[in-house]
Design a protein around this ligand. Sequence first.
Ligand code: DHB
Ligand code: FE
Length: 280
Amino acid sequence: MARIVGGLTTSHIPAIGNAIARKMFEDPYWKPFFDGYPPVREWLDEVKPDVAVVIYNDHGLNFFLDKQPTFAIGAAPEYRNDDEGWGIPTIAPFKGDPAFSWHLIDNLVHDDFDLVTCQEMLVDHGFTVPMQLFWPNYADIGIKTVPLVINTVQHPLPSPRRCYNLGKSLGKAIESYPEDLKVVILGTGGLSHQLDGQRAGFINKTFDRMCMEKIVDDPEHFLDMSIRDLVVEAGAQGAEFILWLAMRGALTGKVTARHSNYHIPISNTASGLLCLENAA
Ligand code: DHB
Ligand code: FE
């Protein structure tokens, strides 16, 4: 049976993709950020997951404001990136696992989560940047992926509770898959940031620290928050924290934080890195 080995969170900002392309790992601005990742890569080298389910938000590459699903999932053999206008060079495609995707779709729809199913799907920086950070050699090792998109772009957004419950359903679905796959779940984006309006550049370190602590042992702390509460505390784009909550909902066992790093700012964003191990 498939097993959930853990959950990872990371910021996904496009500037990271640029810094990776330019190999700016030792640059004084970037070093404290990139230095957070080697311990997580060591953990991944140890655990060797077969599949990554990547919970992220599409920012306008695959879906735009004319058609914006609340939840969408990939069921394609391969996922490509495309030019989003950030100056990031196009990178190698990511492998999919259609059979596993369809198993997840069957189970999630059965649990009343009506996902848009995508047999063709472009993946944007919300997906590609975290994949590159955790698996710089993803194309060589051939790790398989399932992109799972939650709308954080066009209101109304799904509530923290609904995203956490989607995660729970996802966790159950993964563990009922008959193949012996080791699955890691990513929740990308966050932490506090606001890119537009009068509060552009807003960062809330106190709230971020609380999020990084409580999501480990007490994720239900967030379930009565509204999207508006999240926006007030974490900024308009800090609402991406719902992606972390969906990831956390999918961790079914005893959860331990193996590594964490918090760094402010990169671009306009507080970066939060977490490696959560999920023991049966
Ligand atoms: C930035 C942050 C994001 O979450 C994003 O999707 C794009 C840009 C930023 O801080 O630059
Ligand atoms: Fe984002």
